[in-house]
Design a protein around this ligand. Structure first.
Ligand code: B12
Ligand code: SF4
Ligand code: SF4
Length: 373
C-alpha cells in the first residue's frame, strides 16, 4: 500500500472518528516506547510511583505496543475532548474531576470501536486499547503527533488543550502518514508547577504520586494527614494543574446535553448511603479493592474541610461514622470530628468502643495525634 492510499485511509478514519464523537486522531508505529519505559523504571526506582501498579506493574509490557495484537503494524490513536469546568463546588458539597463527571471513557470506547469495525470491514485485525496497563497512552499519543507532554505531565494538544481522554486501535494494517512534532510547547511557562497545591510537579514533567491528590484519593490505607486539609473539596480526582494551564484557555467545549452525572456530591447523603448503594452509584470510579470504606474515608476528610460542624445533619453522619465497623472509617471520623469541633462525640461513644477492633491501630493513632496536637 503506498502513501496516497494511506492518506486516503487516514482521512476516512479521521472523518469516521469525528462523526463518532472523537476529536482528533493520529497514527503511530508499534516500535517500543523507550522514553516511557525509562521513565517508568526510573520513577519506580525513586519511589515516585507511590505504590501504583497500572503501567508501573510491568514497564516492559506497557511500552511494547507490538505485543498488543498478533501481527500489529500501526496504532490509530484518538483524543476525545470532555466538558470544560462549569462551576466550582459550594459549601457542604464535594467536587469530582471533570473526566468522571460523565461517562467519557464509554464515549471514547464507542468511537474507537467504530474505527476498529471499519478496519475489520477492510480485512484488517484491530483491537481497542485505552486506559489499560498494557500501554502508556500519553507516550503513544505524542508519537502519533497529537501533542506534547507538558510540565504537568498531561498530553497537550495545540487545538484541544488537555481536557481529553486518550485511546487507541491497534491494527495489523500498516499505515504510514506524516505526523507533526509538537515538542516544547510549554516554553518558559511553569504555572502548573507553581499552582499544584502539594508540590507534586516540582520536577518538570515528572509527577510525584506520593504527593498527587488524584492518586492519594485512590490509594489504599489511611489518607496521609499532611494532605488532608489541602485536599479541600476534592472527593475524586484533581484538575488544578489543567485549570491553570494557559494552553487550555479558550479551548473549552461545553456540551449542551444534560449531564447524567453530577460534578458535585452531597457529602451528607453519601455518608448516609449503604455500601451497596455507594458502590452502585460510583461503579465507574477506581476505588481500592472495590470497598465503600474508601469512599467514606475521602468523604469524611472532605466533610471536615467544607462542612459546618454546627449543622445537625453533619453531626449525625460523623456520629454514625464513629460507630462504623470499619476501623478506617472510624479513624477518619475521629479526624473529621476534631476538625469540625465535634470532639465531644468521643465521650458519648467512649474511647473503648472507638478503639475496639482496630487491628492496625489506626483509630488509636488518630486519637494519639489529636492529644499531642
Ligand atoms: C497511572 C495514571 C495516573 C496516575 C499517575 C499519573 C502520571 N502523571 O503518571 C494518577 C492516579 C496520579 C493519575 C492522575 C490523573 N490522570 Co491518569 N493515568 C494513569 C495511567 C493509567 C498511566 C500513566 C503512566 O503510565 N504514567 C507513567 C509516566 C512515566 O508516564 P508520563 O507521565 O506520560 O511520562 C512521560 C513524561 O513524564 C515525559 N517526560 C519525562 N521527563 C520529562 C521532562 C519534561 C520537562 C517534560 C515536559 C516531560 C517529561 O516523558 C514520559 C514518557 O513519555 C494512564 C492511562 C495509561 N494506560 O496510560 C492515565 C492517564 C494518563 N490519566 C489521565 C487523566 C485524565 C488523569 C487526571 C487528569 C485525572 C484527574 N483529573 O484527576 C490526573 C492528572 C494528573 C497528572 N498531572 O498527570 C489521562 C490523561 C489524558 C491526557 N490528555 O493527558 C490518561 C492517559 C488516561 C486516558 N486514557 O485518557 N493518572
Ligand atoms: S492532579 Fe492536582 S495534585 Fe496532582 S499534580 Fe495535578 S495539581 Fe498537583
Ligand atoms: S501550565 Fe504552563 S508549563 Fe504547565 S503544562 Fe500548561 S503550558 Fe506547560
Amino acid at each position: 500500500m503506498d502513501l496516497v492510499d494511506d492518506r486516503f485511509l487516514f482521512s476516512t478514519l479521521r472523518e469516521l472518528a469525528i462523526s463518532e464523537g472523537l476529536d482528533d486522531i493520529g497514527i503511530a508505529s508499534v516500535d517500543p516506547l523507550m522514553d516511557a519505559r525509562r521513565a517508568l523504571k526510573e520513577r519506580k526506582q525513586r519511589g515516585l510511583h507511590g505504590g501504583m501498579h497500572f503501567t508501573y506493574g510491568n514497564p516492559e509490557r506497557a511500552t511494547s505496543p507490538a505485543d498488543l495484537l498478533e501481527g500489529a503494524q500501526s496504532i490509530v490513536v484518538a483524543l476525545r475532548r470532555y466538558d470544560a469546568p462549569l462551576s466550582s463546588a459550594r459549601p457542604g458539597l464535594a467536587s469530582v474531576a471533570h473526566y468522571v463527571a460523565r461517562d467519557e471513557y464509554g464515549q471514547l470506547r464507542s468511537g474507537l470501536e467504530a474505527v476498529a469495525s471499519y478496519l475489520h470491514s477492510q480485512g484488517s485485525a484491530a483491537e481497542v486499547v485505552f486506559d489499560d496497563n498494557r500501554l502508556v497512552d500519553r507516550a503513544i499519543a505524542v508519537r502519533a503527533g497529537l501533542g506534547w507532554i507538558g510540565k504537568n505531565s498531561m498530553l497537550l494538544n495545540p487545538e484541544l488543550g488537555s481536557w481529553t481522554v486518550i485511546g487507541s486501535v491497534v491494527t495489523d494494517r500498516h499505515i504510514v502518514v506524516e505526523s507533526q512534532d509538537h515538542s516544547d510547547g510549554c516554553g518558559d511557562c511553569r504555572r502548573c508547577q507553581v499552582e499544584c497545591p502539594t508540590g507534586a510537579l516540582d520536577e518538570e514533567g515528572v509527577l510525584d504520586a506520593n504527593k498527587c491528590l488524584a492518586w492519594l484519593v485512590q490509594a489504599q490505607g489511611i489518607f496521609p494527614v499532611e494532605f488532608r486539609v489541602v485536599l479541600g473539596d476534592r472527593l475524586y480526582g484533581c484538575d488544578d494543574c489543567q485549570t491553570v494551564c494557559p494552553v487550555n484557555y479558550g479551548k473549552e467545549r461545553v456540551r449542551i446535553q444534560a449531564s447524567n452525572r453530577s460534578r458535585t456530591v452531597e457529602l451528607v447523603k453519601l455518608l448516609e448511603s449503604t455500601d451497596d448503594a455507594l458502590m452502585k452509584k460510583y461503579e465507574h470510579w477506581y476505588i481500592p479493592r472495590r470497598r465503600a470504606e474508601y469512599l467514606r474515608r475521602n468523604a469524611l476528610v472532605v466533610l471536615a474541610n467544607v462542612a459546618d460542624g454546627a449543622d445537625s445533619a453533619v453531626e449525625s453522619v460523623v456520629f454514625g461514622a464513629l460507630k462504623s465497623d470499619s476501623a478506617m472509617v472510624r479513624a477518619h471520623a475521629v479526624w473529621a470530628a476534631r476538625q469540625l469541633g465535634l470532639s465531644r462525640l468521643f465521650l458519648q461513644i467512649g474511647y473503648e468502643s472507638l478503639t475496639t477492633d482496630d487491628p492496625k491501630g489506626w483509630v488509636s493513632n488518630e486519637l494519639k495525634m489529636m492529644e499531642s496536637a
